[in-house]
Design a protein. Structure first.
Length: 108
């Protein structure tokens, strides 16, 4: 059955118009401050060879994993932050530095 147009030609009814309330979207990717600080501390530890920054980076990464929400788990963020923390610790403690090499070469 076709809609009959009024004499004015406008079939809309202004009284029946309701605005659509947009549903609130949950945070899709919340910013995790612990992971961000852990990533920055890991980078600083790798660049400046600071042991305290490396250990702080590892601690912040563990805190982020412990406090993370199950629904918002982004594995790539955890992996990047923990990778920088571990690489910083490895580069500081296991890789030889120039002073250690010079001391070892001078003593023999």
């Amino acid at each position: 059955m076709p809609i009959q147009l009024k004499a004015s030609g406008d079939p809309r009814r202004e009284a029946d118009v309701h605005t659509y309330p947009r549903p609130a979207l949950p945070d899709q990717a919340p910013l995790d401050a612990f992971l961000l600080m852990g990533l920055v501390m890991g980078m600083l530890a790798m660049i400046f060879k600071q042991k305290l920054c490396a250990w702080a980076s590892l601690l912040l990464t563990f805190c982020a994993v412990a406090n993370g929400k199950a629904g918002h788990a982004n594995v790539s963020q955890f992996l990047s932050s923990s990778t920088f923390a571990v690489f910083a610790l490895v580069s500081i403690y296991l890789l030889p530095t120039r002073q250690r090499l010079a001391a070892a070469d001078g003593s023999t």
